[in-house]
Each structure stands twice: as C-alpha cells, then as structure tokens.
Design a protein around this ligand. Sequence first.
Ligand code: SAM
Length: 312
Amino acid sequence: MSAFSHAPVLLEAFLRHAEPQSGARWIDATFGRGGHTAALLERGCSVLAFDRDAEAIAAAAALEAVWPNRMCAMRSDFSEMTARCGEAGWEAADGILFDLGVSSPQFDDPARGFSFRYEAPLDMRMDQRQETTAASIVNGMEEGPLADLFYHLGGERQSRRIAKAIVRRRESRPIETTTDLAEVVAAASPRRRGEKIHPATQIFQALRMAVNREVEALEEALPAATALLRPGGVLAVISFHSGEDRIVKHYLRDRSRRTLETPSFAPEAVNPDFCFDRVERVLPDDAETAANPRARSARLRLAWKTGTQENL
Ligand SMILES: C[S@@+](CC[C@H](N)C(=O)[O-])C[C@H]1O[C@@H](n2cnc3c(N)ncnc32)[C@H](O)[C@@H]1O
C-alpha cells in the first residue's frame, strides 16, 4: 500500500482492470486523501485531482510536493470538470476515476456532523462554502418533500412517519445537533426485530446526499467525463449507494449498445449515443470485505471509450 494512502476501497481491483500506464493522464474526480491518486502517480501517470472539500485539497499539497510536475489538485465540484480541465490546459484524459461518497476523514471528524456517533452541529457539507446544511433542510423543508427525500435517497420505509415527527418537534424548537436528530428519528421508528443498524442510519445518508446534491452532481459529471476521455480511454466509477450505482449502470448500458431496440419487423437502428465498446463490473473480494467492512457495498464499474488505445 502507498505511504500516502488510507486503505482506499477497491484500489487493487481498479489498478488491475484499468491498467494505468506510465505517461498517461488521469483525472481523479474525488481526491479524498489521495489513495488512488498516489497509486497512479507511483505508476508514472500525471494526475489532475478534484475535491470540493478544503481539507482534502490541503492534504493534496503533500503529493504535489513529491511530484510537482505530474500532480495538480483543484478545489472544485467534479460536475464542473470541463471548465477546470480547460483552466489546467487538459483537453483530454486517458482515464477518469470517481470514488463516490464521503471520505473516512470527513465521516470520522465529529465537527463535520456526518455521523450520529458524535454530538455535533447538523452540518454534513462536503464544501464548507455552501449555504445549505443538514440543519437547514431538517428545519426548513416541508413535511411532504422531506418524506420523499428520506424515501428516495435513504430507502427509508417509515419516511412519512419520521418526517411528521421532525415537523412536530421543530414546532417547539429547531433540531440543531446530530444526536438530537437521531433521537427524534429513533423515537418515531418502530423497533424492527433483529435489526442491527441504528434507525437513523438511512435518514443520515439521505440528508448527506441531499445537502451535497450527490445524485445531481453525478448525473452532470458522467457526460462531462465521457466527453473528456480520449478514444480508448477508461471511465472508472466506485459507488457505495445502490441508487448511485444504478445511475452509473444505466448510463453505461445506454452508451454501450451499438443498436437500439426496435420491433422485430423494423430495420435495426444505430444507437447515436454508442461510445463505450467494453464495460465491466467488479465487486470487492472476500479478503477486502473482511479487512474493510466499508468495502462490502462497494461496486466498481469500468467502461472503455471507443477508439484505439494510445497511452493508457
Ligand atoms: C470516498 S472519498 C474518496 C477517497 C479517495 N479515493 C482516497 O483514496 O482517498 C470521496 C471524496 O469525494 C469528494 N466528493 C464527493 N462528491 C464530490 C463532488 N461532487 N465534487 C468534488 N468532490 C466530491 C468528497 O469530498 C470526498 O473527499
């Protein structure tokens, strides 16, 4: 493992399948603490890395110091990568990696408010410059949309009941801390026999995804990344959330079919969106999930852009 890394998920599988070559240009859309970036640099690649978290970009300085000519980190939302690549003078990339979600340093820092394991302000912003926080959603959104958010982003079956309890509670005083919210949710959730996870787990996940517009950013970034890839280049996406994985799966499926489905009597129609001639899905193996329980829900999807391979 690299000296800079912190057990990045699916790192070995990513390297084995994407096969980054010395001299290739890679975009790491989600720098985090640079585990994947460091591995790419150690293989001789140049890396343009993005993260919207100020602390992640500060941590990137250590890698920029070691590889000043091949490493550049920019604080940005990855959905704006087209503009950022223009600023950095990168017209195209040989590979682009997304390792979605929250990083361990974000989740484990009590002050960031991502976890109900610690009492903290209800924050959950990856980019500390933005206005919307988990508290502003929990205390400001109407009951119906709040329930929809819990259902769609958290898969929470008790979404209506929990949203109602939140609205009732905030009529007397706002919900301001992580533990405050976890208690309101727990009180509104019927105990399910044998359930091991805390009743607030899915609510916290849904709020985090809403605060950070995670679904929207991914939907905007996939076409931008595809356009930036060189022919033969590889797009790699690691996701932990089934909803995000579904977005990636459908995106790649719709662009890896050469023809469109037509009725049997109609002539074959060429798919105008076809641009990936190979797609793969990789799951963590038993050794990785045993060593790192966080890896259990991880999925890596890779897709190769049509055209001849150059410098991968
Ligand atoms: C799972 S971590 C990445 C870990 C990284 N691969 C490593 O080895 O350290 C995800 C990172 O992506 C960042 N992130 C999530 N969504 C983002 C977005 N839309 N734009 C930029 N960065 C984002 C988060 O701030 C977080 O630091």
